[in-house]
Design a binder for this molecule. Structure first.
Ligand code: ZN
Length: 315
């Protein structure tokens, strides 16, 4: 019986993987946020059929030895769009791709860069590279296919192969990329990428501006610690994983949200409240962020996540 159930499923998987490439997505304007640094700020939404899965902040850094692309998006179509926008500004070769963490909305676009430049090196945290062997890419491709009604079809996982961990420094042309990973934060594979010559930080999803996101794959207390570390850096420009680019104030604002959430849960847990009982108090403690996109959908889930973490820490 099991075999009869599994066989059609097994046939379905290659069918999905070989799906014809869905149409190109529209152009999205790139904004210059620092000398030679451009960001395409994605919509403040979950992946859906209208945005065709595009909702992160792909970016590139122009150096004297070529262009470094950060997080080329959620599909081959988004990666193609990023390359089109990039080529409107520079003809320089692509020197490297950096992925800030394991979530597919940030890295499935690698495929487009690798298709155009087969030799391009792709870097990420070793915890992300390890997860590629356990179906990380396929899981995200299936999720994107479902959420976008097939607008990302044709995407295959092209993961990073080169590790970058805390304290690593790579110099590309006239730019330095300092890598920061202070343990579990948004996920277990985040790197924050500092370009000291520009006082610029790519925060990945450790830094979100104007939107709440799922926190299920990381650690809220660790996220706060990572952001406290980021606040010790000399920063003029911070590119978040989602939301508009700003200065270090966007790091503090997201840190303060996470701290309001976490500290309220810690206090009410100590008073013996269940996650259900503390919902109103947490919403009130986080009211400052209630206008952020996704607040109503995510605050309950963020609370549940914080509760599980605080409960686990208590035993
Ligand atoms: Zn993420």
């Amino acid at each position: 019986m099991l075999a009869r159930l599994l066989l059609p499923l097994m046939l379905l998987v290659p069918a999905l993987a070989c799906a014809a490439k869905a149409p190109a997505i529209p152009d999205h304007q790139a904004v210059k946020v620092a000398d030679g640094v451009w960001v395409i700020h994605g919509p403040m939404e979950q992946p859906n059929a209208d945005n065709r899965g595009f909702m992160n902040n792909p970016a590139w850094v122009e150096t004297s030895a070529g262009v470094v692309i950060v997080d080329p998006g959620s599909s081959v179509q988004v990666g193609d769009m990023v390359l089109r926008m990039l080529r409107a500004h520079t003809d320089a070769p692509i020197a490297a791709v950096l992925n800030t963490h394991e979530h597919g909305d940030h890295w499935l676009g690698n495929q487009a860069i690798r298709d155009a430049y087969p030799e391009v090196p792709i870097y990420a945290h070793p915890n992300m590279i390890a997860k590629l062997d356990t179906g990380l890419g396929e899981t995200w491709i299936d999720l994107m296919h479902t959420l976008t009604n097939g607008a990302t079809d044709g995407t295959v996982p092209v993961g990073p192969t080169l590790p970058l961990d805390d304290g690593d420094v790579i110099a590309i042309g006239d730019r330095t990329f300092n890598i920061h990973h202070k343990g579990p934060a948004h996920t277990h594979s985040d790197i924050m990428i500092e370009v000291p010559e520009l006082k610029l930080l790519f925060g990945g999803d450790n830094v979100i501006n104007g939107r709440l996101v799922r926190l299920d794959d990381g650690q809220i207390a660790g996220s706060i610690g990572s952001l406290d570390y980021a606040l010790t850096l000399d920063l003029a420009v911070v590119v978040p994983g989602h939301g508009l680019t700003g200065g270090s104030e966007i790091v503090r604002e997201y840190r303060d949200y996470l701290d309001a959430l976490h500290s309220t849960v810690v206090r009410l847990f100590a008073e013996g409240q269940s996650d259900f009982e503390m919902k109103d108090a947490v919403v009130e403690a986080c009211a400052r962020w209630s206008k952020w996109a996704g607040f109503d959908d995510e605050i309950g889930r963020n609370l549940n996540r914080a509760y599980l973490e605080v409960e686990a820490a208590a035993f």
